[in-house]
Structures are given as C-alpha cells and as structure tokens.
Design a protein around this ligand. Structure first.
Ligand code: NAP
Length: 277
C-alpha cells in the first residue's frame, strides 16, 4: 500500500491534491494523494502516523519547510542550499528531503522563452524568492538583483549565494527603474498583486525595461496580475506562476515515483483537471 500527501497548516485550500491526482490518474496509478493538516511542532507525530499508514512521500507547505530539515536522514543539494524542503520521500526506512521550487521556476522560464538570461531583476526576498534567486544564481545568470522592501532580508539572501551572483537592492520605484534598464527578465516573487493582497503602488519602473525583457510573476491568482497586464501592454512577453506550480509538482512526483515523467503530458493532465474542477 502506498499513499501520498501534502501537509501544512493551513493546507485544505491547496491545489496539490487536484494536481497530483490528475497526474496519477493519467499514469493509471491507483495511489491516493490527500491534504493533511499538521500544525507547527507536530512533525514528529506526523512521521510516526505516516509510517504506520503507508505514506511513501509528501509535499510540505507552511509552516514546515524549514522545520523538516533536522528531522530528515538526507537533504538534497537545492533543499540544503535554500534551507527549505517541499518534498519528502520515505523509502527503505529513510526520509529524504528535496526542494522543487527552483527547478520548477527554471523549467517554466525556459518554456516561456525567458531562460537562459544574464541579467535578472527579482522582486522579493521571502521563501519563494530565496529558492528562485539561488537556483538562477547557480544556473548561469551573471547578475541577479534581489530587490526587497526590507533590504536586510535581501542582504541576508545574497550572503547565502556561493556564486556571488546575487546583489541586494531596495524597492523604491526609482531604484527599480535604474536596475530594470539592463534586465533580460523581471521576476516578481512578492505577494504584491495576489488576489486579496496589496497591489504595487507605482508600476512606472516597468517603462525602463528593454523591449526584449520577459516578465514572470510567481502569482497565478489572479491569472494575470496588474504587473503582467501592464507589461503586456508595453509589448513584453509575460508568464504567470501556474507553469512553475505545475513543473514543481511534476518534479516532486518524479521523486515520489523514482522515475522521469513526460512534463508535456503531465502538464496537459493538470491543466485539464484545473479547468474542470
Ligand atoms: P513570503 O515568504 O511571505 O515573502 C513575501 C515577500 O513579499 C517578501 O519579500 C515581502 O517583503 C514582500 N512583500 C509583501 N508585502 C509587500 C508590500 N506591501 N510591499 C513590498 N513587498 C512586500 O512569501 P513567499 O512564500 O515567498 O511567496 C511569495 C509569492 O510567491 C506568493 O504570492 C506565493 O503565492 C507565490 N508563490 C508561487 C509559487 C508557484 O509555484 N507559482 C511558489 C511559491 C510561492 P518583506 O521582506 O519586506 O516583508
């Protein structure tokens, strides 16, 4: 018996059961994937429960991504670098942690024709920004400006970069415009523009982007943020966060099943399921 889960608190709103359910169905595998509320501090109890109940892998969302690390037998390279785990495989009595956010973002950028890129302006320095910035820094970018409202958090993130590619910067519109002038791609990793969250007060800095620059927003709800709408009106290629969400899930399922999957086929199954839910 095998079962997969997503754990977190809150977690019942998660799209992961729909996404993984669609992929497992397309693969003809009768493996349940369910959401399970696990409160902060209760990971030890969860592991005991999971082992007894045939759980062979799980995805983790807040508040567990960092707390999992000391509880695992092995932590993969990206997860160790980001200091966060979003996928855990339980096999042969061992618990192994991975992080698929960085590789998921890279695959989505490539698919959108925005990667490889040399100069990146990245907005935000939270959990998602950390994974994306460090992945791009280790994947050939020459400079990634990490621009954050709380500049100390941007500085801390840049210090974690072993490649010296990340440079910290502030979030004032004039500073952003200065950096955007030479950007190949702009990536929004803040909450700004997400449904129910605050909006960018001033998007004038987008006018400074060169015409070839792509724009990628990690947000997928709404489907098109004000940032992307404005960028599209200015003639830029734009992409929202759904392809990243889908690719990171496919990479996670590859770890769970221990075999490569066709990202095109899996992506199609997921998009159909999301449309029809
Ligand atoms: P997080 O750790 O809470 O970080 C939030 C970031 O947004 C911080 O840099 C924060 O700046 C900034 N921010 C929040 N409010 C702001 C404001 N009013 N003005 C300026 N900056 C503001 O969140 P996260 O986990 O990194 O997630 C960030 C976004 O990425 C969310 O919208 C999430 O849904 C999305 N996401 C998408 C995917 C995907 O697969 N597509 C994956 C992960 C996350 P301070 O440091 O100054 O507070």
């Amino acid at each position: 018996m095998s079962a997969l889960q997503v754990i977190g608190d809150p977690v019942l709103h998660s799209l992961s059961p729909v996404i993984h359910g669609a992929m497992l169905k397309r693969l003809g595998l009768d493996i349940p994937y369910t959401a399970h509320v696990v409160k902060r501090g209760e990971l030890g109890e969860y592991f005991a429960w999971a082992e007894k109940n045939g759980v062979t892998g799980f995805n983790a969302t807040m508040p567990h991504k960092q707390d999992l690390i000391p509880l695992l037998d092995e932590v993969d390279g990206d997860a160790a670098l980001f200091g966060a785990v979003n996928t855990v495989v339980m096999r042969n009595g061992r618990k192994i942690g991975y992080n698929t956010d960085g590789v998921g973002c890279l695959a989505a950028l490539e698919e959108a024709g925005m990667w490889p890129a040399e100069r990146v302006v990245l907005l935000g320095a939270g959990g998602a920004a950390r994974a994306v910035a460090l992945k791009l820094a280790g994947s050939g970018a020459k400079t990634v400006y990490v621009c954050n409202r709380t500049v100390e958090k941007a500085e801390e993130l840049c210090e974690a970069d072993p490649n010296g590619v990340l440079k910290s910067a502030g979030f004032a519109p004039e500073a952003l415009a200065g950096l955007c002038g030479s950007a190949d791609v702009l990536i929004n990793c803040t909450n700004l523009g997400m449904a129910g969250c605050e909006q960018f007060e001033d998007l004038g800095f987008l006018e400074a982007l060169p015409s070839h620059a792509g724009m990628f927003d990690l947000i997928y709800h709404p489907e098109k943020t004000e940032l992307l709408s404005r960028g599209e009106r200015l003639g830029h290629r734009v992409c929202n966060g759904l392809p990243m969400l889908i690719h990171q899930a496919i990479f996670a399922l590859e770890y769970f099943l221990d075999r490569p999957l066709d990202h095109g086929e899996m992506g199609e199954a997921v998009r159909d399921a999301l449309k029809n839910r």
